[in-house]
Design a binder for this molecule. Structure first.
Ligand SMILES: *[C@@H]1O[C@H](CO)[C@@H](O)[C@H](O)[C@H]1NC(C)=O
Ligand SMILES: *[C@@H]1O[C@H](CO)[C@@H](O)[C@H](O)[C@H]1NC(C)=O
Ligand SMILES: *[C@@H]1O[C@H](CO)[C@@H](O)[C@H](O)[C@H]1NC(C)=O
Length: 380
């Protein structure tokens, strides 16, 4: 969750670092053996009250639905949360509703013509969608830098309250406990954690507290516009964890941020060490393989397209915004190849307003930092 002021802070932070992107050659993440039945993988508590009991294709089209069940199955069968009535999404994170590429889950449907790119990846630890387009067609305000949805939120009941997620990537529909969904007017990303390990429990691999950083930092992968592709991929390093000195040590990214509690109170939290500058990009962009490319995806539901509010050029609006550095979600979009370590001075100083934490954690200490991150995540 974040507030408008936090978005503004994130945007100025990213403005300074937007020319740097993830290194392709960094050490891959050694996470152990993925376990799809480990605690924290499969959801164990109640499904949201506005959701169908199970995910279903072919439900009635209802563009005022308040169903909040996302399914993320394939490049052309996935859902995202977005504003119910055109609100600034940061103001309605508790009330966002599901929009799906197909008629399913009693949810709203994403009209054809909204999406200009979709990248779907399947990894041993998660499935992930990275999508570009004109999301004013699903309730976002033009220029809205976005919101961050997750299963925790101010009430602990999820953002949105009653939001749940499934995937059938394992071969059958499963409700999963940990996920994150970043939504801006021009870019959306969703990660659902489908397996965990002791090194990468789901709450760490779907660690959602870095809500200033945007899709490309938190969920690295391909965000190339005008491409619709489905790939297998390696699992990324958990958001905010970086390897230094090859595989011999790790450290937790230093950051400070502000969250707003359920009563409107503002709290600062700090992780890592101030002598480590904030990395400018995700630690690495995981390699992908077995890609299948298609020309586009569509559901063919004509009534949605003609009924949509705007027919302005989605692809030009998306691509021009991708080249600016003012959007939270698109902030790190440029495709330079500098190493993640070359953070800028201003990014470091933006994050150095208070002190705490350990640097240069040994690999054995990763579990401890994991516990800290999960504790931080639980607050949000
Ligand atoms: C629904 O979401 C809540 C809040 O994140 C979670 O506690 C619960 O386990 C989920 N239930 C299902 C069936 O997914
Ligand atoms: C659409 O969803 C809204 C909100 O749940 C509900 O009030 C309305 O009756 C639904 N419309 C139809 C035609 O089912
Ligand atoms: C998942 O659901 C889709 C329908 O969207 C279906 O075509 C596909 O076969 C299912 N995949 C698995 C692995 O069951």
């Amino acid at each position: 969750m974040f507030t408008k002021s936090l978005v503004a802070a994130g945007a100025s932070l990213l403005a300074a670092v937007s020319s740097v992107s993830a290194a392709d050659s960094a050490a891959s993440f050694s996470y152990g053996t993925p376990n799809p039945t480990r605690a924290g993988v499969v959801a164990t508590s109640t499904n949201g009250p506005t959701n169908p009991d199970s995910p279903k294709l072919g439900t009635a089209i209802n563009q005022t639905s308040v169903a909040r069940l996302l399914s993320v199955n394939s490049i052309d069968d996935w859902c995202t949360f977005a504003s119910p009535n055109g609100e600034s999404i940061a103001d309605v994170e508790g009330e966002v509703v599901a929009y799906c590429t197909q008629a399913r889950n009693n949810a709203r449907v994403i009209p054809d013509g909204t999406l200009t790119a979709v990248h779907f990846i399947t990894t041993p630890l998660y499935v992930q969608v990275m999508a570009l387009g004109d999301f004013t067609k699903i309730g976002l305000q033009a220029g809205d830098e976005g919101g961050e949805l997750d299963p925790h939120g101010a009430t602990g009941l999820g953002n949105p309250v009653g939001g749940n997620v499934t995937s059938n990537i394992s071969g059958s529909d499963v409700f999963y406990e940990e996920w994150m969904n970043y939504v801006a007017y021009n870019e959306i990303c969703i990660r659902i954690c489908i397996a965990g390990t002791s090194i990468a429990p789901t709450a760490l691999e779907c660690q959602h507290t870095l809500d200033e950083m945007g899709c490309e930092w938190v969920m690295p992968g391909s965000y190339t516009d005008n491409v619709f592709e489905s790939c297998d991929a390696d699992a990324a390093w958990p958001p905010g964890l970086f390897s230094v000195d090859g595989s011999t040590s790790t450290f937790q990214q230093y950051y400070s941020s502000v969250y707003t509690d359920g009563n409107g109170g503002k709290h600062t939290f700090v992780n890592g060490s101030p002598d480590q500058s904030t990395p400018a990009a995700a630690y690495s962009k995981p390699s992908s393989s077995s890609c299948t490319t298609i020309s586009t995806i569509s559901n063919g539901i004509a009534s949605l397209v003609s009924g949509s509010s705007s027919s302005s050029s989605s692809s030009s609006s998306a691509s021009s915004s991708m080249s600016t550095s003012t959007s939270k979600a698109a902030g790190a979009a440029s495709s330079g190849s500098s190493a993640a370590a070359s953070a800028t001075a201003s990014a470091g100083s933006a994050a150095s307003s208070s002190t705490s934490g350990a640097s240069g954690l040994a690999v054995g200490a990763l579990a401890a930092s994991v516990a800290g991150l999960i504790a931080a995540a639980a607050m949000l």
